[in-house]
Design a protein around this ligand. Structure first.
Ligand SMILES: [Zn+2]
Length: 204
């Protein structure tokens, strides 16, 4: 659907198009959001615009785990309550949110920022694998939990990491199979995720 053809003001069309570019927002939702904002007070819109900009301006990546953060190292890496012997490897920062929500895992994290995907041109050097290995060297980590997504790319990435980490004499586990294949961690519910963490098994 070409939004440019809608018989409405240019500024409205532009906003509809911007919303439409966001994940999970189709043309209809984009229109609804736009017309909703049109009716909102200017002050609310200003706050929204500033909040959106602040996400980009104030957020950086933790130099240890590569989670998104407004302070480096991030809260999780700085916390003395976290189990320093465990690192859970995830694809995206929002996966940490999903896992933290279960309140079952108390270790550290490492965010890869993607998964190996030859079809999409994402190679082993394009995600934070080098940094992970550097981090594991001379660390007190005794267990690495591979929590990449239960889909083709996630499995490929887990297998590759297993090969690299195996010689380091660190226990490698993978989230249990309770997660349906083809899904993404961030959309898994708490109960399923809790079971997946508790039931994690040694990777083979
Ligand atoms: Zn961190």
């Amino acid at each position: 659907m070409n939004q440019g053809l809608l018989p409405t003001a240019e500024a409205i069309n532009k906003l509809i198009q911007e919303f439409n570019r966001l994940p999970g927002i189709g043309p209809k939702s984009a229109q609804r959001l736009t017309y909703h904002l049109l009716r909102a007070p200017e002050e609310q819109l200003r706050l929204l615009a500033e909040t959106i900009l602040a996400v980009k301006q104030e957020i950086t990546l933790c130099s240890i785990c590569f989670n998104v953060t407004d302070s480096d190292p991030c809260l999780l890496c700085r916390s003395e309550e976290r189990d320093q012997n465990k690192i859970c490897i995830v694809e995206q920062p929002q996966d940490i949110l999903a896992l933290e929500h279960t309140r079952i895992y108390k270790g550290l994290y490492h965010v890869l920022h993607g998964a190996i995907s030859p079809t999409e041109g994402v190679g082993t050097d394009d995600i934070r694998i080098k940094e992970l290995l550097e981090r594991l060297k001379d660390s007190q980590v005794t267990e690495v939990i591979l929590a990449t997504n239960p889909n083709l790319e996630g499995e490929q990435t887990a297998m590759y990491l297993n090969k690299l980490i195996s010689p380091l004499n660190i226990k490698i586990t993978r989230l249990a199979r309770g997660l349906p294949f083809g899904t993404e961690l961030e959309y898994a519910d708490d109960v399923t995720l809790t079971r997946a963490i508790e039931g994690r098994q040694e990777f083979q």
